[in-house]
Design a protein around this ligand. Structure first.
Ligand SMILES: C[S@@+](CC[C@H](N)C(=O)[O-])C[C@H]1O[C@@H](n2cnc3c(N)ncnc32)[C@H](O)[C@@H]1O
Length: 209
């Protein structure tokens, strides 16, 4: 993981950090004192080509983790999928909140590795896969709609889950009206490298089949 992070950000390192506002969870993330100034051109290109999303805990993931730990009945005893797990924050929170089984899915192999490592740090068991399992009780999606191309995941989620919880700070309304907004939660991406303050509120949407 360290090596992969340094491929894109040569001056970065991973450090294990307890999350602000979700002190129950510790994650291996990019160092919080990473310089926030403009990056050299070649580094910027590498970041765009292979973004290490898994090295951050995104505001929406943080918000969803807080929500599940405060309201565990959403996942208690249930089979839960964390789609676009990144660091694994939402899935780890679901496991801590008493989910019967948590499956973390991510297309990025380094995110799958990060989720495995972070689950171990928090002493919870997560299955980690690239493919969505056929059916789960609750599918979590935190900060996966950052790219318009990911909007079809809203329909895909409905085919693989009885309920879906979407947390997103970039998208304030969803194109599918069957998703109902439950609440908003203030949360910043951690570490905050200075450019995310406009995304300080996560919107939480729910769909039930
Ligand atoms: C911005 S990160 C959010 C990570 C984490 N959920 C959080 O809140 O910190 C988005 C993640 O979604 C993953 N992703 C993007 N498209 C995906 C897809 N079609 N299926 C599964 N994962 C996807 C990316 O690889 C990345 O790890």
């Amino acid at each position: 993981m360290q090596q992969s992070l340094r491929t894109t950000l040569p001056m970065a390192r991973l450090e294990t950090t307890r999350l602000p506002a979700v002190a129950e969870i510790e994650l291996a993330l990019i160092n919080a004192d990473f310089p926030t100034g403009p990056l050299p051109q070649e580094v910027m290109q590498a970041v765009i080509a292979e973004p290490a999303y898994w090295a951050f805990c995104w505001g929406s993931g943080l918000a969803l983790a807080r929500f599940l730990l405060d309201e565990p009945s959403w996942v208690q005893g249930k089979v839960v999928v964390d789609l676009g797990s990144g660091s694994g924050v939402a899935g780890i929170a679901a496991a801590m909140a008493g989910a019967a089984q948590v499956i973390a899915c991510d297309t990025d192999p380094f995110a799958r590795q990060a989720t495995t490592v972070n689950a171990a740090i928090n002493q919870v068991t997560l299955e980690v896969t690239e493919q969505l399992p056929p059916l789960c009780d609750v599918l979590l999606m935190a900060d996966v709609l950052y790219n318009q191309r990911n909007l079809p995941l809203l329909q895909l989620a409905q085919q693989h889950a009885r309920q879906v919880l979407v947390a997103d700070s970039r998208v304030t309304t969803l194109p599918d009206p069957s998703y109902v907004e439950l609440t908003t939660i203030d949360a910043l991406t951690y570490p905050n490298l200075g450019e995310f303050d406009e995304f300080a509120t996560a919107h939480l949407f729910h769909w039930r089949g």
